[in-house]
Design a protein around this ligand. Structure first.
Ligand code: CA
Length: 450
């Protein structure tokens, strides 16, 4: 499901592409610190329910967007009934009946607490390895294996028809909702209507709101089952309404695409999502690799795709000593924790997983969990766990130092995406440091000292 980064991600070491639209589920997305969903701290144990009865703070949003000032939010809230009523012509064009529309929107009120969540920016982020620790636990590995066995006939059939690796589908299920045991409980119709009429993402959420009405119109699921994150993602694998529309399938043959209550529909729909996003049958997602001494980390660039054979010529080997199974597959090199941490060659399927949720740490957790289901061992190389993770203020400061020195970081926003990573590499090269693009405290200290 293309999830949208509603507010921009904050994953320190991950590149967050802000193009895809995904709504943070309640839990994982929170974990990834996007302004939309979940509460970052909670993944290891469990998140508290997403919709506690807390009220809107009444404060202007941190984004500074004109539609996020307290006055603008109040004015939009006052106009909410008119705004919703004004969406009827669009709904009608989509084949939604007047009865469905009225039933869904009668007495509907905006959930303004969402405005606080929309602009929320976590002050602290976790290191790349922290996400893997939290998301890929022994308990999650064990439970996933049980479910792969329990639903083996479904996984067999879905894998055969879509070509998508069952372990990856199971991993998404495990990470997005801890196998259906965690999920938001906000009404998808109410959340998307709120966001369609209030705040800075109205155009995007108008489509989501209308797509949610289409689900009701087609009787795929009743409104009371459409519950999820504040951004409108629902079900065990966190479909946005528009993603549901594109990807969901009725696999158990009861005439309804019910990704909430039917495990076969959920598994098949999630696999179909990955398939239509470009999954390469028979390929894995990536490999942990070892780079040779004095390696040129400038080559670690998502835009630099080469065959595994080409990477081998540069001295890269597979961690653990096994040979690469297919040398013609194209891959890019990812060094998520800098030169002191492990390196990875990422295949097309890693990019596909990132369409589901555009954070590298998320996608790697999915791939790693899938490997562990299969019985593969943990990663071989250690993470540099002594590295201190920079705070939001420090990341912002780092970007400003780089910009002052003429390195292109885009608009400094405290989010370290691929542009910032590239700027750090260029800065490191300019001062004779290993150019791994890693935003370490040492790099910040050096920038401060100059
Ligand atoms: Ca069904």
């Amino acid at each position: 499901m293309s999830k949208s980064i509603i507010a921009g991600g904050v994953l320190l070491l991950a590149t967050l592409s802000v193009t895809a639209a995904q709504a943070q589920g309640f839990d994982v997305r929170n974990l990834f610190g996007q302004a939309n969903a979940p509460a970052p701290q909670a993944a290891a144990p469990q998140s508290p329910p997403a919709s506690s009865p807390r009220e809107w703070s009444g404060e202007s949003g941190a984004s500074g967007h004109p539609l996020m000032t307290a006055d603008a939010i109040r004015a939009a809230a006052a106009n909410f009934p008119n705004c919703v009523a004004g969406l009827w012509p669009d709904a009608e064009r989509r084949g939604i009946s007047r009865a469905t529309f009225e039933q869904a929107t009668r007495d509907l009120t905006p959930d303004l607490r969402i405005m606080d969540l929309l602009d929320q920016q976590p002050e602290f982020t976790k290191a790349f390895w922290d996400y893997l620790d939290i998301l890929v636990t022994d308990a999650r590995i064990q439970r996933g294996r049980e479910l792969l066995q329990q639903y083996k006939p479904v996984f067999d059939a879905v894998e055969k028809s879509t070509g998508v690796d069952r372990h990856v589908v199971a991993a998404i299920w495990g990470v997005e909702s801890n196998y259906s045991t965690m999920g938001g409980d906000r009404s998808v119709v109410r959340s998307t209507a709120t966001l369609a009429c209030v705040g800075r993402r109205q155009a995007y959420f108008r489509d989501e709101f209308l797509a949610a009405l289409e689900i009701l119109e087609h009787r795929d699921m009743p409104a009371e089952d459409l519950k999820g994150s504040w951004a409108g993602a629902f079900g065990p694998t966190q479909f946005m309404p528009s993603s549901f529309k594109r990807y969901a399938v009725d696999f158990d043959g009861d005439g309804h695409r019910d990704v909430v209550n039917s495990v076969p529909d959920m598994i098949a729909s999630t696999a179909n999502n990955l398939k239509l996003d470009g999954w390469m049958r028979g390929q894995t997602w990536g490999y942990e690799v070892v780079v040779p001494p004095n390696f040129n980390f400038m080559l670690a660039d998502r835009a630099r795709s080469m065959t595994i054979a080409d990477w081998q010529k540069l001295g890269i080997t597979r961690a653990g000593g096994k040979p690469f199974p297919r040398l013609a597959d194209k891959a890019y090199l990812l060094v998520p924790a800098g030169a002191r941490g492990p390196a990875f060659l990422m295949l097309q399927n890693f990019r596909v997983i990132m369409k589901y949720n555009p954070a590298e740490a998320y996608a790697m957790a999915i791939g790693y969990l899938a490997d562990r289901f299969r019985g593969e061992p943990p990663f071989v190389q250690p993470w540099p766990r002594d590295e201190r993770v920079l705070s939001l203020a420090e990341r912002y400061e780092l970007q400003q130092h780089l910009a002052t020195r003429g390195f292109d970081v885009g608009a400094p926003d405290g989010l370290l995406g691929s542009k910032s990573r590239s700027a750090i590499m260029q800065y490191q090269a300019s001062v004779g440091l290993p150019s791994d693009g890693f935003a370490s405290a040492a790099v910040l200290d050096r920038l401060r000292g100059q």
